[in-house]
Design a protein around this ligand. Structure first.
Ligand SMILES: Nc1ncnc2c1ncn2[C@@H]1O[C@H](COP(=O)(O)OP(=O)(O)OP(=O)(O)O)[C@@H](O)[C@H]1O
Ligand SMILES: [Mg+2]
Length: 384
C-alpha cells in the first residue's frame, strides 16, 4: 500500500499542502525549506499509531507541544489538519482515506484534542467520524485517536499497521560504529542507527543472509576490493565483518568500526530498503557517497522497493541523484519558501521544467538552479 495523496494544513513551515505522491518521491528544496518537516508528518502518524505511542506523547514528548508543530505563520490558533489517501502499489484508486484535525484547549490543562477524526473505505463508506456522542459526553476521549486504540481500530487495522511500520532512516555512521559510547534514551524508531546491528541480529538467519547477500552485491560494485560482507557475533555482541582482497592471506578482514562512513551508510540504506514493507523515509541518502554511486541511487532504490511493493520518500540536495533521466517529474516535489510558508509543487506541474526536459536537460539541470537561494552569489563577498 502507498500514500497516494497528502493534504495538510498548518504543519510547521507549511500552511497548506495538497500533493499526489508516487511510489518513489524525491523532495528537493533549499536548506530550511521544510524537507525534514515534510517527512515528520509521516513520522508523527507513526508515533501516534505505534504500540506504546499515542497522540499525547507524539505531540508533547516527541515534539515539544502543539506550539512547535503548528505553523508559526498562522495568525490565530488554527487546527492542524492531516489527510492521507491510500492506494495499492502501482495503482491510483483510493482504497482508504484517513483524516485528523488536532487542536489545543485554550484554557485549563491545555490538552491536545481531536477536533475531528474520520476513516472511509474504497466505497466511500464512513467507518467512523468524530467527535461522536461519546466524545461529547466525556471530553477526555478527545485526547486519544482511534488509531491508538486497539478495540476501536480493528476494521481499519491496515492503516494502523501502515503507519506503525513506517521507517525513517538518517544513519549517522559514528553512532553505528560506537553504539555503546553514546548513552541516553533510545530514540523512537532508531532513526540514526545506534541499534542497527541489534536490528540485524534479530532477523531470522535465513532472511538475514538473503538480505545481506543483496547488500554485499551492491557493495562489491561500489567499494573497491570488497569481496564479502558477513554477520558475526563476538562475546554476545553483533558485528558486521567485511573481507577485502589483500596481498596477504587473512589480512583483509575488518569489522564495522573500521568501515568507511560511506560503506556504512550504503549498508544501512540497502538493508533498510529490505527491512519492511511499509513506507520508508530516507533523509539525504547521498551523504558520504561517491557521486558515481549517487547517480545510480534512484534506480537502485526503485529496484529494491519493487521487491516489497513499498513506497519510498527521499529528501535530497544532490545533483548527482537527480541526473537520472529515469526519474519522472511526477516523482519530484519542489519546496519553495514564500512569505506565507513553504509551498509544495510537483515538478510535473511546472511548465518550464517540463519544457527544459523536453529540450534534453536532466531533472537536476532543470530544477536545482530554481531552488538555489537568490542571494547565494553574495556569500563569497561577505568575508572579503
Ligand atoms: N512550527 C513552525 N512554524 C513555522 N516554521 C517552522 C516551525 N517549526 C520549524 N519551522 C521552520 O522550519 C525550518 C526547518 O525545516 P527543515 O528542517 O524541514 O528544513 P530542511 O529542508 O530539511 O533543511 P536542510 O536541507 O537544511 O535539512 C526552520 O527554518 C524552522 O524555523
Ligand atoms: Mg533536513
Amino acid at each position: 500500500m502507498i500514500i497516494s495523496r497528502l493534504i495538510v494544513k498548518n504543519w510547521k513551515n507549511f500552511k497548506s499542502i495538497d500533493v499526489e505522491l508516487q511510489e518513489r518521491v524525491i523532495i528537493v528544496g533549499a536548506n530550511a525549506s521544510g524537507k525534514s518537516n515534510f517527512l515528520d508528518i509521516f513520522r508523527f502518524l507513526r508515533d501516534i499509531a505505534k504500540p506504546g505511542g499515542g497522540l499525547q506523547p507524539a505531540v508533547i514528548e516527541e515534539r515539544g507541544g502543539v506550539s512547535k508543530i503548528r505553523s508559526l505563520s498562522a495568525r490565530t490558533n488554527p487546527t492542524i489538519e492531516i489527510e492521507v489517501h491510500f492506494s495499492e502499489f502501482g495503482t491510483r484508486d483510493v482504497i482508504w482515506k484517513y483524516k485528523i484535525g488536532i487542536t489545543q484547549e485554550s484554557r485549563g490543562g491545555r490538552l491536545q484534542l481531536i477536533k475531528y477524526e474520520k476513516v472511509s473505505d474504497k466505497n466511500g463508506k464512513v467507518l467512523f467520524e468524530r467527535p461522536n456522542l461519546d466524545d461529547e459526553k466525556d471530553k477526555k476521549r478527545k485526547t486519544q485517536t482511534y488509531l491508538e486504540q486497539i478495540n476501536t481500530n480493528s476494521e481499519f487495522r491496515e492503516i494502523v499497521t501502515f503507519f506503525e511500520k513506517t521507517l525513517y532512516l538518517h544513519l549517522v555512521p559514528q553512532l553505528l560504529k560506537y553504539p555503546r559510547a553514546f548513552t541516553g534514551p533510545d530514540l523512537s524508531g532508531d532513526p540514526f542507527g545506534r541499534g542497527f546491528l541489534d536490528r540485524i541480529a534479530k532477523v531470522p538467519e535465513k532472511t538475514r543472509n538473503v538480505s545481506l547477500r543483496r547488500v554485499q552485491e551492491v557493495l562489491k560494485l561500489a567499494v573497491p576490493k570488497l569481496k564479502e560482507l558477513k554477520f558475526t557475533t563476538e562475546l554476545g555482541y553483533p558485528h558486521l565483518e567485511a573481507i577485502y582482497e589483500h596481498w596477504r592471506p587473512n589480512a583483509g578482514k575488518q569489522q564495522e568500526d573500521q568501515f568507511s562512513d560511506g560503506t556504512l551508510r550504503m549498508i544501512g540504506l540497502f538493508w533498510a530498503l529490505q527491512e519492511g514493507d511499509s513506507l520508508l523515509l530516507l533523509e539525504e541518502p547521498e551523504l558520504s557517497l561517491n557521486g558515481a554511486i549517487v547517480s545510480k541511487l534512484a534506480s537502485l532504490i526503485y529496484k529494491l522497493q519493487k521487491l516489497k511493493k513499498r513506497q519510498v520518500i527521499i529528501t535530497s540536495h544532490s545533483s548527482d541523484l537527480l541526473q537520472d533521466r529515469g526519474i519522472s517529474l511526477s516523482e519530484i516535489l519542489i519546496l519553495e519558501p514564500t512569505n506565507e510558508g513553504t509551498v509544495v509543487k510537483t515538478a510535473s506541474s511546472i511548465k518550464e521544467i517540463q519544457y527544459m526536459l523536453d529540450e534534453g536537460m536532466t531533472p537536476s539541470e532543470a530544477i536545482l538552479p530554481r531552488i538555489a537561494p537568490n542571494s547565494i552569489n553574495q556569500i563569497a563577498f561577505e568575508f572579503q
